[in-house]
Design a protein around this ligand. Sequence first.
Ligand code: NAD
Length: 275
Amino acid sequence: SKVPTLTLHNGIEMPQLGFGVWQVPDDEATRAVGTALEAGYRSIDTAALYRNEEGTGRAIAASGIAREELFVTTKLLNGEQGYDTTLRAFDTSLGKLGLEYVDLYLIHWPMPARDTYVDSYKAFERILGEGRAKAIGVSNFLPEHLERLLGETSVVPAVNQIELHPQLQQAASRAFHAKHSIATEAWSPLGQGKGLLEVPTVVAIARKHDRTPAQVVLRWHLQLGNVVIPKSVTPSRIQENIDVFGFELDADDLAAFAALDEGRRLGPDPAELNG
Ligand code: NAD
């Protein structure tokens, strides 16, 4: 079944479910992205940091899928923040992907102690104006970092991609995003497959719907309104993770999920990461 889209605040349609390629080596990314495109994914989430923009681009080129049917996201390398360096880094990413434009360009981390995200975002606004990104946004921004962008720049970020899963539900960020028409995109939506998929509540809900734990967790995200980008290099799991549009969680399931929030991060604290 087809993946529904969310309409970003600037009118661009973004698939609500995409394919993430963090920690996938370049060669393997070509294979994995190829498998995902065959399975029906049309949104791919990469980053300069992942060193697989070329492999991702090769899979896109080989797929024969029309460019306008795809939604490609990449992210600015932390070490390239700053106005001029951002413009150059963007050219490099486009070249590696072999594309004329990306659908979404994100600042990967705010790195608040470096104080370069506002200048970087001003370069993003220029790239957006040139039509070389259809939408611009950020990743790992806390509400305080978003407040600063809203005050000092003119384009509201279309998306904030943050760590979000049932054990880190990010209520404050989600409320802030909703208030400002910023879409919430969940990274590590499956909790990196570590532990979350064995939590008894999750296993019981999966059994009740005759689905897998990964599928009910993805369903939880979708029903919350999040964009999700699960990662797998295993063809059967790539299939399984997109087969989540034929069932619905009920109010009891959602209440059981709500009780799993521990506020515990798997990744770095955005206030602390500066390199
Ligand atoms: P994830 O939550 O998507 O989990 C992926 C892992 O879960 C896999 O490696 C596998 O071990 C397991 N898994 C996947 N499908 C499964 C299934 N059906 N059944 C059982 N186990 C399964 O974790 P992730 O890769 O960290 O996050 C997804 C994507 O988010 C990344 O690939 C990347 O694109 C993005 N991301 C962004 C940032 C950021 O800072 N912006 C950080 C981390 C990840």
